[in-house]
Unconditional design. Structure first.
Ligand SMILES: *Cc1c(COP(=O)(O)O)cnc(C)c1O
Length: 375
């Protein structure tokens, strides 16, 4: 094998594998004549709630709106502090700021790259209202410890599950130990529509009802309004997601199988491989390895030159983004050494259920080739 192209995502393969069902789902919605807040959306919401084993799901236009509408529904706003991490997609912190609250960043655990639960309590002040753990790369944060801290300090917990649908802890399900779970269905997520989408999933009727109203101009019923927004999930996307939801467990199993192959083939190299907490179900939204910071860009460039779309999630931690904190209330310079080390060394390799054996082997071969030439 001399050269090939390995994409970071191959969404069209997934479409082709499900073409009959997806085309039918789309034409069913089109023929139904009901495209907004229709029966296809309601059905998907029921299926999603059932998948999570929770009472209610509310379909939204994005994971970002899922987060900040959940915050609003829970009464998180100006004057409140919300504890989260800085090695996440920007939207986690952005949603806290949109809600008017202050994001307080806690450093990460160097093994899992999730929030370091031993550092949460030191960040709690009288203004702290909530903890927002991010299940980074598809592995749940330590919800057992987080829920225990939240209980002791009377804090809310909202899970950012944008990367981890179908994941689980050792003794807990996602959503079991929190007030609300926020999901994203943008195409590149494990469960993605052909466009944007999101949802809040919760056992709390009051939260579900608040989010339901907020997504639709604050309307509890026709022509009655309190202040809200336009953040609905379209029925077309709901129809597509209903089809895909049936496959999510098998796709996640395939991601885990591919991750196990990467692990096996890359062990013994200088790379730091992903750590899976014993007993957890990591669903590998991303397969992230870490190099020495001085080698990171060279490895990515070498792979890119070989035709492999390697990327980096996330090269600039949120508190290091230019302009931070954008006039928002925030600590000017949090000290987050593990978060910054993660940002400096991370490399995301191609990872999706349709990745072929040849593509995975070619990627591994190129990494080994780089190591041989440079280590
Ligand atoms: C994708 C993502 C979001 C935002 O979701 P959108 O649907 O793109 O708005 C939030 N948090 C994390 C961790 C994400 O990966």
């Amino acid at each position: 094998m001399t050269s090939m192209h390995v994409s970071f995502y191959e969404h069209v393969r997934q479409y082709h594998n499900l073409k009959k069902d997806i085309d039918k789902a789309i034409s069913d919605v089109l023929e139904s004549g009901q495209y907004v807040l229709g029966p296809t959306l309601e059905r998907f919401e029921d299926e999603l709630a059932e998948y999570f084993g929770m009472k209610k799901a509310v379909g939204l236009n994005s994971g970002t709106d899922a987060l900040w509408l959940a915050f609003k529904a829970l009464g998180i706003g100006p004057g409140d502090e919300v504890i989260t991490v800085a090695n996440t997609f920007f939207a986690t912190a952005e949603a806290i700021w949109i809600a008017g609250a202050k994001a307080v960043f806690v450093d990460t655990d160097p093994q899992t790259n999730n929030i370091d639960v031993t550092k949460i309590e030191a960040a709690i002040t009288p203004q702290t209202k909530a903890i927002v753990p991010v299940h980074l790369y598809g592995q749940p944060a330590n919800m057992t410890a987080i829920a225990e801290i939240a209980r002791r300090h009377n804090l809310l917990v909202v899970e950012d599950c944008a990367q981890a649908i179908g994941a689980a802890g050792d003794t807990f399900r996602i959503g079991e130990l929190s007030d609300a779970v926020c999901a994203s269905f943008i195409i590149q997520k494990n469960l993605g529509t052909f466009g944007d989408g999101g949802a809040v999933v919760t056992d709390r009727d009051d939260v579900a009802e608040q989010v339901r109203q907020l997504r639709n101009h604050g309307s509890p019923g026709r022509s009655v309004h309190s202040m809200g927004y336009n953040s609905r999930l379209d029925d077309l996307h709901a129809g597509i997601l209903s089809v895909k939801l049936k496959h999510i467990d098998a796709w996640n199993d395939q991601r885990r199988a591919l991750a196990a192959q990467y692990d096996e083939k890359l062990k013994g190299t200088i790379l730091k491989l992903p750590y899976e907490t014993p007993g957890y179900r990591h669903v590998y939204h991303l397969y992230v390895i870490e190099t020495e910071p001085e080698n990171r860009d060279a490895v990515i460039a070498f792979l890119n030159d070989a035709g492999i779309d390697a990327k980096c999630h996330y090269p600039i931690a949120i508190h290091k983004q230019e302009g931070y904190p954008w006039g928002q209330p925030a600590d000017p310079a949090p000290h987050l050494p593990c978060t910054e080390a993660n940002a400096a060394g991370c490399i995301s390799l191609p990872m999706y259920p349709e990745l072929t054996q040849d593509e995975l082997q070619y990627t591994v071969d190129k990494i080994l080739e780089w190591e041989q030439a440079n280590a």
